[in-house]
Ligand binder design. Structure first.
Ligand code: HEC
Length: 112
């Protein structure tokens, strides 16, 4: 695990990765392929073939932590929303049509 991730917006993911038993190489699976049919063994074997030209592999799973940069849909700080961009009359969220009884910020203030 990386001990000093750069000070940018990161999310920590914990998971497992397939690794070739003998070589100890990570097998870079195409997750979309796995999502499509749910066959993880096939995805691992296809990845070993694609990445390393290997058939008939032996692999195992290892626990990993990874930091994943959040590089999409993150606006620069100067464009960040403020509370009232969403929580105000005529704001960007139409609370009623989303099924709320009203702006939840207002309810939170009024109820307390
Ligand atoms: C991008 C839109 C957006 C911004 C900006 C935003 N909110 Fe919200 N807020 C929401 C949404 C959506 C919900 C409803 C969340 C839910 O139902 O789980 C919510 C819910 C709330 C609630 C009710 C929480 C609860 O548990 O009932 C409060 C209080 C609140 N926001 C306060 C704020 C404050 C204070 C800020 C600014 C620091 C802020 N919001 C900024 C969209 C926003």
């Amino acid at each position: 695990m990386r001990r000093n991730p750069p000070k940018r917006l990161k999310t920590l993911q914990q998971g497992i990765l397939p690794v070739l038993k003998r070589e100890r190489w990570i097998v870079p699976i195409v997750v979309e392929e796995f999502f499509a049919d749910g066959d993880i063994d096939k995805a691992v074997r296809n990845a070993a073939k694609e990445a390393y030209g290997m058939d008939d592999i032996e692999y195992t799973w290892v626990d990993r932590d990874r930091y994943m940069g959040i590089f999409h849909e993150g606006a620069p700080a100067k464009n960040a929303f403020e509370c009232l961009d969403c929580h105000s009359e005529g704001g960007r969220i139409d609370w009623l049509s989303l099924g709320y009884e009203g702006d939840p910020l207002l309810s939170a203030i009024v109820d307390k």
